[in-house]
Write a protein that binds this ligand. Structure first.
Ligand code: ZN
Length: 181
């Protein structure tokens, strides 16, 4: 990807408003356990993706870009309502109306399993970069993480699935990408 600039925005204000185990050090991040559909864990930060996508859209407007890409996924996920495709489309519509500009929110990972997301990284030659240099752990531990939280469970399970069945998972990724074109 030809990234021209990398902008970091300070959103500590969200910590003051949103009560969650990800924003408050006095609330423990729960260890992974299977949950029912509709259960929202205490790691949920209300409004997080509304804020992220809205701020990204304001920046996009400023630099005359019309695409905002987000890594949300509702296939293997913790059940957050703001990771769902329905929400992303609704906010995309609201932001486009509110800015009088056709903004396109893209969600390349939305329908991929975590194993397929690893396959995607591998197909771009970035498997080890993603596994060693990125962070998804709710306890803030880079790479393979704390190994106990929900996010580590999904990430590491997906990686193990991919590594033990690469050919099949590359095929299923390719099939989904072909269907999405
Ligand atoms: Zn973790």
């Amino acid at each position: 990807m030809s990234v021209k600039s990398h902008k970091v925005i300070d959103i500590r204000l969200l910590n003051d408003l949103a009560v969650s185990s990800l924003t408050r050090s006095n609330i423990d991040v729960p260890e992974y356990e299977p949950h029912e559909d509709g259960d929202i864990p205490n790691t949920f930060v209300p409004g997080r993706n509304i804020v992220f996508l809205t701020l990204a859209s304001i920046y996009a407007y400023k630099v005359h870009a019309n695409t905002v890409i987000t890594g949300v996924c509702e296939t293997d996920f913790s059940g957050y309502p703001d990771c769902r495709d329905e929400f992303i489309k609704a906010l995309n519509n609201a932001v486009s109306l509110g800015m009088n500009k056709n903004m396109h929110f893209k969600t390349p990972l939305m329908w991929l399993t975590k194993a397929e997301t690893w396959a995607l990284a591998d197909s771009m030659g970035k498997l080890y970069f993603i596994s060693d240099e990125t962070l998804t752990c709710y306890n803030g531990v880079k790479s393979h993480g704390c190994g106990k939280c929900d996010s580590c469970h999904l990430r590491n399970k997906g990686l193990n699935e991919y590594l033990s069945n690469k050919d099949e998972i590359q095929k299923s990724l390719h099939k989904k990408q072909t269907l999405a074109m």
